[in-house]
Ligand binder design. Structure first.
Ligand SMILES: [Zn+2]
Length: 457
């Protein structure tokens, strides 16, 4: 039998597929053609059946699907460290999104957002994130430009508000303007110049306090019509529940059900203060969610594991770097493991409640489902897009690990990421981003940050 020709073959990897059966191939190979995985199996079988001019030797590395950040703010990347410095010297004003993040976003020029996106996406690619779900910020067309040039996969959207107190005028729109602007983002990225299925436009509602009921209904209707998602923040503060009860006589989930928008179109970041009935509504209606482990444990007792186990399409997210910390999804998974043990296991004295693999499964399988992309990404299987991360196992912490799989779940982090492939293209090799000049991006961002610091002092 003559071997078939492939564009790329990754071979001799320890392949953790994250498929439905939990398949692991100790000496595995993945065949890529046209940006898609066309075969996967034992290296010995694959190399007999396939040949290529582009072989990636992955001995000693773990191959996993690219990680998915299911809630992040591209436009806040140049805030890195600013809130930390403020919090060092005094109490932060609350809610922080209104007091700091929105004014910061309002001060950004279009080119700032593109630079901010480049800074974020190269950082994410280097740590193994191949797909992001933007929460909604200013100048989404420039986020898309940065995503296209850096090679990451993602969905961008516009920060959308038509009310609320102390919101800068430049961030407010009328209901009609907001609908029109959201539609424009979706349509221009679907068919405009340079359009790529890798970077799409979605719709956004900042949250129920700043979006009128009419706007919520309109945006949801237009998103459904175009089969895109509506990204929002939900119950990330007690003030939001008080507001909802005062204004509408209902808790937030019930209010959104009442408006007829709580379905698979809606993606709800944070989702911290949920009762048992709320979780049931997520599960039965297909509404998706994102657990933002860096911030959520400062808010309450987020029921992420409970949601995951009850079948909710829940992913993990960094929430960007506005408040603090990292864009490394391995670290978000680790925080989820510790946090969900505290929330779910510790109160009932179940020491081993969170299974080691569950946080990364949420990040990969859950994130794909939450974005409505489970047919394209989220596992290493034939027919999926080739978004593949090779994790090295030569760090100090990897030494002596019983299995590569245990190291992956327990210990691996973004700095172990060696190679990243998105849509079949190698975008990170030997820990270097190939698609962008990371040093120049960082230098330009640092210069611009100095000018922007005063905005949120
Ligand atoms: Zn957010």
């Amino acid at each position: 039998m003559t071997p078939q020709t492939a564009e790329t073959i990754i071979q001799n990897a320890y392949v953790v597929t994250f498929d439905g059966a939990g398949r692991i191939i100790a000496d595995g190979a993945i065949v890529i053609n046209g940006g898609e995985i066309v075969a996967i199996g034992d290296t010995s079988d694959i190399t007999r059946e396939w040949t290529t001019d582009n072989r990636v030797f992955a001995g000693g590395k773990i191959a996993i699907p690219g990680l998915i950040d299911a809630h992040m703010h591209s436009a806040q990347t140049m805030m890195r460290g600013l809130i930390t410095s403020l919090a060092q010297v005094g109490n932060l004003r609350v809610p922080t999104w209104r007091e700091y993040y929105v004014p910061f976003e309002a001060a950004l020029r279009a080119e700032d957002v593109e630079l901010s996106g480049e800074l974020a996406y190269t950082s994410m690619l280097r740590s193994g994130t191949t797909t992001f779900f933007e929460a909604g910020g200013p100048h989404p067309e420039r986020m898309a430009a940065a995503a296209l040039s850096t090679g990451i996969r993602g969905s961008v959207s516009l920060s959308t508000m038509d009310g609320g107190s102390r919101i800068p005028d430049s961030m407010l729109m009328t209901r009609d303007e907001a609908v029109e602007a959201n539609v424009r983002v979706v349509e221009s990225l679907a068919s405009g110049p340079g359009a790529s299925p890798r970077v799409t436009g979605g719709m956004s509602l900042r949250q129920i306090i700043t979006c009128s009921p009419g706007l919520v209904v309109d945006i949801h209707r237009e998103a459904r019509k175009r089969n895109v998602k509506v990204h929002t923040h939900l119950v990330e503060g007690t003030y939001e529940i008080d507001h909802s009860l005062e204004q509408f006589g209902l808790r937030p989930v019930d209010y959104l059900i009442d408006l007829g928008v709580f379905d698979e179109t809606l993606h709800c970041a944070h989702s911290v203060f949920l009762n048992d009935a709320d979780i049931g509504q997520f599960a039965s209606r297909g509404t998706s969610a994102c657990h933002c482990a860096k911030g959520n444990y400062a808010i309450g007792h987020p029921p992420a594991l409970e949601m995951w186990r009850r079948g909710v399409s829940i992913g993990l997210g960094t929430d960007g770097v506005g408040s603090f910390g990292t864009l490394d999804m391995f670290r978000v998974a680790m925080l989820t493991r510790i946090g969900q043990q505290l929330v779910h296991g510790t109160p009932v004295h179940n020491r081993n409640d969170v299974r080691a693999a569950e946080p990364l499964q949420m990040a990969v399988n859950g994130g794909a489902r939450a974005m409505g992309l489970e047919k394209q990404i989220g596992s290493l299987e034939v027919g999926k897009r080739a978004d593949i991360v090779l994790v090295a196992t030569d760090s100090a912490d990897a030494a002596g690990y019983s299995t590569a799989e245990a190291f992956l779940y327990d210990c691996a982090n973004g700095s172990d990421v060696h190679t990243v492939i998105v849509d079949g293209e190698v975008v990170v090799s030997d820990r270097e981003v190939l698609t962008a000049d990371v040093e120049t991006i960082a230098r330009r961002a640092a210069e611009r940050q100095k000018e922007l610091t005063a905005v949120i002092a």
